[in-house]
Design a protein around this ligand. Sequence first.
Ligand SMILES: NC(=O)c1ccc[n+]([C@@H]2O[C@H](COP(=O)([O-])OP(=O)(O)OC[C@H]3O[C@@H](n4cnc5c(N)ncnc54)[C@H](O)[C@@H]3O)[C@@H](O)[C@H]2O)c1
Ligand SMILES: O=c1ccn([C@@H]2O[C@H](COP(=O)(O)OP(=O)(O)O[C@H]3O[C@H](CO)[C@@H](O)[C@H](O)[C@H]3O)[C@@H](O)[C@H]2O)c(=O)[nH]1
Length: 328
Amino acid sequence: MAVLVTGGAGYIGSHAVAALLEKGEEVVVVDNLQQGHREAVTGGRLYEGDLRDEELLDRIFRENEIDSVIHFAANSLVGESMKLPGKYYHNNVYGTLCLLEAMNRAGVKRIVFSSTAATYGEPESVPIRETDRTEPTNAYGETKLAMEKMIRWFETAHEFRYVSLRYFNAAGAHESGKIGEDHDPETHLIPIVLQAALGQRPHVSVFGEDYPTEDGSCVRDYIHVSDLADAHILAVERLRRGEASAVYNLGNGQGFSVKQVIDIARRVTGRDIPAVIEPRRSGDPAVLIAASDKARAELGWNPRRSELEAIIASAWGWHRARPQGYRG
Ligand SMILES: NC(=O)c1ccc[n+]([C@@H]2O[C@H](COP(=O)([O-])OP(=O)(O)OC[C@H]3O[C@@H](n4cnc5c(N)ncnc54)[C@H](O)[C@@H]3O)[C@@H](O)[C@H]2O)c1
Ligand SMILES: O=c1ccn([C@@H]2O[C@H](COP(=O)(O)OP(=O)(O)O[C@H]3O[C@H](CO)[C@@H](O)[C@H](O)[C@H]3O)[C@@H](O)[C@H]2O)c(=O)[nH]1
């Protein structure tokens, strides 16, 4: 039986594909390569195409013996979603609807879903637990919450089983050095900081220093992409055991401000990284830190690369070896 990975040529998806292959799983990927890279798919079978192409999805389910789906494919940028909410509703919500309908037609009812800390919005308390209020402050988080709820209704009506994984901020690269983060344009903090360290950017912009945090910049919980990948394997195994649907936070439970991330990157790289204070980016909550005890207890998840220095060093290894990403 194969696992279908949507968005498997993207950053986190490609690391999940690598982890599945390491476990001996058969893997099928569908990706429209708008953000993904052919080279990032290190094995299995790749279909280049869009989730909203129903005929393609039916063909994929016909041509492969798929028992579970891991659904990464989405647009996922907080800032962009505030300018182009329609793009997010169309790709994320309608794309997920097409996927669920195709799964239902094919009788495939297990799904692991890439959800996000952005579903919570401004947290009611920190660290954030899965039972806390979900009130997104950006259109991206709103679409992800809608996708989670849509999957729940497919459980009620069609006996789907799901695991929704609400990841906090993914960072780092695969230990093989073969895959890592490469977005165009890049908007994520850690790769931007490392591009500045490489001299590819004149400076890093710090979006806001008037947040109610210790140094005024936003605080996030950074989690290594390979630790995230491991959680997906555990989630597929949970669904195969026939256990109940569930929602899990995935983070390290430690918050770092934008300024702290830049300081740690200066230490790790030994390079000067100029920073410039700029206005807030629309849609950003001040603080996002995970309580992940539930994933540890129920999934047996054990993140092994938790130190931010090690996470940044892992990303630095990739950026230094591949300064042009998959193009270089
Ligand atoms: N990066 C993070 O820190 C983070 C945190 C929380 C949640 N997430 C979620 O994890 C998932 C993966 O994030 P990522 O950082 O790897 O993003 P990414 O952009 O690198 O990967 C997404 C992949 O999906 C593909 N894709 C998008 N829409 C598609 C469509 N309609 N049909 C086919 N392929 C499509 C893209 O080409 C890309 O390869 C997303 O769903 C995102 O919302 C990411
Ligand atoms: O040049 C930059 C880029 C980012 N930031 C700040 O750094 C923090 C992290 O930003 P970024 O790396 O863009 O990640 P988030 O906006 O926190 O979102 C990521 O993390 C979320 C989970 O927390 C996921 O859902 C999203 O898909 C993923 O993009 C935020 O406070 C940004 O305002 C800057 O100050 N300067």
